[in-house]
Design a binder for this molecule. Structure first.
Ligand code: 5GP
Length: 207
C-alpha cells in the first residue's frame, strides 16, 4: 500500500478482554507497526516494565504534559490518568507505520474525531460478564476493590460498542486473532482525506 501516511488501529475493551494476548498473536503478521506506549499515573503491576507496558509517572508530571499539550488524547480511567503522547505517533505515521492503540472508549472518541480518516476501531469483548469476572480474578494482580471497579466500568463500556467499526468477541483466541489480523491489514488501506484529490488527479493523468 503506498499511502503517504500510516494508519491507526484503535483497540478498546475491558481489562481482561484479552487485547494484549491478541496483539501478541498477530504482531508478526501485520507489517510495520508501532505500538503506542501510553503514559499513566496508575501504579505499576507485577510483571510490567517501565517504557514497555506504560510510561509510569506521578500526577504532577502527567498534568504538566496536559498543560504543555503533549497528548493526542488523555482520559481518567479507573481512578487514574492515561494518555497518548502525540510525538511518537506523528513520527510513526510519517514512517507509514500502522499505529496500534490500546485505549478506552473516551480515547477512541477523541482519536476518531481528530484522525478519523486514517483510523479503524475495534472493540474487543469477553463473551459474557461472568467470563470477564473469572478472567479478572484469575489474573489476581488487582485487589478485589479494583476488580469491582473494572467490572462496573466494563458494563458502561459495553454500552458504547456501536461507536466502533468492528466488534470481536474473544471466546477463542485463535479465531479472534485471525479476525483481528484481517482488520489490521485492511486498516492500512483506509484513504487519508488529503490524498484523495491527489490520487484521482494522478490517476487521470496517466493515460
Ligand atoms: P490497564 O490499567 O488495565 O492497563 O488499563 C485500563 C484501561 O485504560 C484500559 O481500558 C485501556 O485501554 C485504557 N488505556 C490505556 N492507555 C490509555 C490511553 O493512553 N488513553 C486512554 N484513553 N485509555 C487508555
Amino acid at each position: 500500500m503506498n499511502h503517504k501516511t500510516g494508519a491507526i488501529l484503535v483497540l478498546s475493551g475491558p481489562s481482561g478482554a484479552g487485547k494484549s494476548s491478541l496483539l501478541n498473536e498477530i504482531i508478526d503478521d501485520i507489517g510495520d507497526c508501532y505500538f503506542s506506549i501510553s503514559t499513566t499515573t496508575r501504579p505499576i503491576r507485577e510483571g510490567e516494565v517501565e517504557g514497555v507496558h506504560y510510561h509510569f509517572v506521578d500526577e504532577e508530571e502527567f498534568k504538566k504534559d496536559i498543560e504543555e499539550d503533549h497528548f493526542l488524547e488523555y482520559a481518567f480511567v479507573h481512578g487514574n490518568y492515561y494518555g497518548t503522547s502525540i510525538k511518537p505517533v506523528k513520527k510513526a505515521l510519517n514512517e507509514k507505520k500502522l499505529v496500534l492503540f490500546d485505549i478506552d472508549v473516551q480515547g477512541n472518541t477523541v482519536v476518531t474525531n481528530r484522525l478519523g480518516d486514517i483510523t479503524t476501531s475495534v472493540f474487543i469483548s469477553p463473551p459474557t460478564l461472568s467470563e470477564l469476572k473469572k478472567r479478572l480474578k484469575a489474573r489476581s494482580t488487582d485487589k478485589q476493590e479494583v476488580i469491582e471497579r473494572r467490572v462496573k466500568m466494563a458494563k458502561k463500556e459495553i454500552q458504547r460498542i456501536s461507536e466502533y467499526d468492528y466488534l470481536i468477541i474473544n471466546d477463542n483466541l485463535e479465531e479472534a486473532a485471525s479476525t483481528l489480523r484481517v482488520i489490521a491489514n485492511a486498516a492500512r488501506a483506509k484513504i487519508p482525506g488529503n490524498e484523495i484529490n491527489e490520487f484521482t488527479q494522478k490517476w487521470e493523468d496517466i493515460d
